[in-house]
Design a binder for this molecule. Structure first.
Ligand code: NAP
Length: 654
């Protein structure tokens, strides 16, 4: 039996990795730095720093026209506005330097909101608390405003968090802040979850990593804006260390089952560490096991007969040497799309098997480092990196959502609305350019489904370049079988290879598998779901008291924001649930079936009105029954509003 001990609240503090420097450079050097800057957040940061609100005057306001295939540089500011804004920024920086770089004065909430409105094109009042949370400037907005020692000093209540990936670390941090006794159980040997396990060549983020970071641990020295896997993994590991969470994590421990005991209002967990099975009791369980960590091997005949080497993208062997070898990559999703360009120059021959072509969003700087001048400004201008993160977060907040909304009157199968069609045409034009010399390949790489029905991939041209190399072939004929020597397609052709890479995704619909979860009255969670997982807010399920999920059903994002935001919102909601229990001296809370059903009807209706729900194309967003179990179909604001506090009328509290 493990002991779950109490932990003092972790300090709330800036965590940014930056070693700040004083601005001492001459004007010419300052101009060079500003040339690399993202202007709108620089103006906001300088106004914040100096109090000179004329830096955010109307003529500098970024127009932020709605997102299309590409993002307009500098928020769509005209060349003239950019030139004038650069001059204003240089003048402000020179004055700041000449006055000895004083610290930022205190800014009122109204002034901060004015800066936010400048950057967001006047976001409505309803967004401001969400935006305060994401800026978290000097104050950790998402921190619980209570401590167990204050509201329930005598309680023996303790929590188990399952998983020390992105969501589990967020939960651990908030639990520590609220002084709720807890332990995190992690099957791996270190922190990082999917970012620890996926180490295939080329693995990197496809969300801007300033936005893909915790509001409470913002990093200013990201080397790139779409960082490589090792940088993201290191980030999560450093956050766990810096926030003092490591001694709360029991590594190498797998949860086999969790069983609710109504008499004691506790969960009994069977856990396995180094082959030894033990029992652990907790009053609440937070599952933070993720959606993308159990490899999906395709159901192709003969898969076990292959005599060469085969491996899944998420089980890469870093020692694997592909030099000169004949390699098959099955799948053209996000993982394959990063693997193929990374191994193409190494292999002797590459055969890529595609079922559905991916749509790709032009992202020319996808692999580039943060520009030198921008990085120098992050080090010299206090809070610039935070305003920059805020800007990146906002751009993606509701992002391309309007482009994937279904117009019921729209009759063309390859798109879902006039705006979606416009996006499709923009993306097709780009493909035409990329494959101008290869009409044979162009025919194959044009997706036949609407943009947004599957995850759109970040494209800087390396995929098209790889597919056009002479030793690479793109096979679109269906796979009939795997043989001892290769992959045979339906046309009878045997593609002989030495290595098969299954970039075939994850069993994402099997939420919480392979754990066995038994709730009230012996109800088995997976039998209850019957392959069709759902939850209220992605967090709780009737019949399973005090069981909370992070990144649960219908919390995945397709064309908006960052999953970290969703996990932070859900974590804060769960903390409010715990508060409700502890403050009221209750032992259990359980979502009511009517709240659960009403919520899921709403989710289903809205998912059907999005490209990923309306399209028939296969994707990991749908389960075997065809229902979208993964995605959040509403604006991010809606999840924010729904997760501020539990509504006691939606719960049976006892
Ligand atoms: P995925 O998107 O599910 O792609 C799996 C691929 O395998 C698809 O191309 C699929 O074809 C193909 N496939 C599956 N079964 C097959 C079969 N029996 N025969 C032939 N082809 C088959 O998986 P993923 O690429 O690992 O990505 C999953 C998710 O992980 C992404 O959507 C993303 O959210 C996340 N991810 C993110 C990053 C990142 O940039 N940060 C990187 C990797 C993954 P169909 O398309 O026809 O189904």
């Amino acid at each position: 039996m493990l002991t779950v001990t109490s932990q003092p609240a972790a300090a709330t503090r800036a965590w940014n990795g930056l070693i700040m420097a004083t601005l001492t450079e001459d004007e010419q050097t300052i101009r060079r730095m500003v040339a690399d800057a993202e202007l709108p957040p620089l103006l906001a940061a300088l106004a914040h720093l100096t109090g000179d609100m004329s830096l955010i005057r109307p003529e500098f306001r970024p127009p932020l026209r709605s997102l299309q295939a590409s993002m307009e540089p500098q928020g769509g500011m005209t060349a003239e506005a950019q030139a004038a804004a650069r001059e204003a920024a240089v003048a402000a920086l020179v004055a700041y330097r000449d006055s000895g770089c004083p610290p930022a004065g205190t800014r009122s909430p109204e002034e901060i909101h004015e800066l936010m409105k400048f950057l967001t094109g006047g976001a409505g009042e309803e967004y401001l608390s969400l935006l305060d949370h994401e800026l978290s400037l000097g104050i950790d907005v998402g921190a619980p405003a209570w401590r167990t020692s204050e509201i329930a000093p005598e309680t023996d209540f303790r929590v188990v968090v399952i998983g020390a990936g992105m969501s589990g670390i967020a939960a651990a941090h908030r639990l520590a802040q609220a002084e709720v006794p807890f332990v995190v159980l992690e099957k791996n040997a270190d922190v990082g979850g999917t970012w620890l396990e996926n180490n295939y060549p080329g693995c990197r983020l496809d969300t801007n990593n300033f936005a893909y970071s915790y509001s409470f641990a913002q990093r200013g020295d990201w080397p790139q804006q779409f960082s490589a896997q090792s940088d993201i993994r290191d980030y999560f590991q450093s956050v766990a260390t810096e926030l003092g969470l490591r001694d709360k994590i029991q590594f190498g421990t797998e949860v086999l089952s969790a069983t609710w005991d109504e008499k004691t209002a506790t969960w009994d967990l069977r856990i396995r560490t180094d082959g030894t099975v033990q029992t652990l009791t907790a009053h609440a369980v937070i599952s933070a096991v993720g959606q993308l960590n159990r490899p999906n091997y395709p159901d192709i005949p003969g898969i076990d007969s292959f005599q060469g080497l085969s491996l899944h993208s998420a089980r890469w062997d870093p020692a694997l040497d592909l030099s000169g070898r004949r390699v098959a990559v099955i799948g053209t999703g996000a993982s394959a799309y990063q693997i193929v360009p990374s191994i193409v120059d190494q292999v002797g021959e590459l055969v890529v098997f595609q079922r559905n072509a991916p749509w790709m969003l032009p992202t020319p700087g996808y692999h580039e480092n943060v520009a030198t001048g921008l990085a120098e400004l992050f080090e010299r201008i206090p809070a610039y990196h935070q305003w920059f993160r805020f800007w990146q977060f906002w751009i993606a907040t509701e992002g391309r959502l309007p482009l994937v909304e279904v117009d019921p009157e729209w009759k063309r199968p390859e798109s879902v609305s006039a705006r979606n069609e416009q996006l499709r045409i923009q993306l097709l034009d780009r493909l035409k350019g990329q494959y101008a010399d290869r009409p044979d390949l162009y025919e194959k790489v044009v997706p036949t489904y609407p943009p947004g029905a599957k995850r759109m991939l970040r494209d800087n041209g390396v995929w098209a370049a790889a597919l056009q190399q002479p030793h690479v072939s793109l096979v679109t004929e269906g796979i009939a079988e795997v043989t001892p020597t290769g992959v045979r397609t339906a046309d009878g052709v045997l593609h002989e290879v030495d290595v098969i890479v299954y970039a075939t995704g994850f069993t994402a619909s099997d939420f919480l598998a392979p754990m066995r979860i038994t709730g009230r009255d012996g109800m088995d969670l997976h039998e209850h779901w019957a392959g069709d997982a759902r939850a209220h807010l992605g967090i709780d399920v009737p019949g399973f008291p005090n069981l909370f999920m992070l990144y649960g059903p219908n919390t995945n994002l397709v064309v908006t924001g960052s999953i970290i935001y969703m996990s932070e919102c859900a974590t804060e909601y769960i903390l409010e649930c715990l508060r409700l229990l502890l403050e009221g001296g209750h032992r259990a809370m359980e979502c009511r079936p009517d709240a659960y059903d009403t919520y899921n009807d709403l989710i289903d209706r809205e998912n059907r009105a999005k490209a990923w729900g309306a399209s028939e194309v296969t994707s990991w967003y749908k389960n075997a029954k065809g229902r979208v179990t993964q995605n959040w179909p509403f604006p991010l604001l809606t999840y924010w509003q729904m997760t501020r506090k539990p509504d006691p009328s939606q719960y049976d509290i006892r």
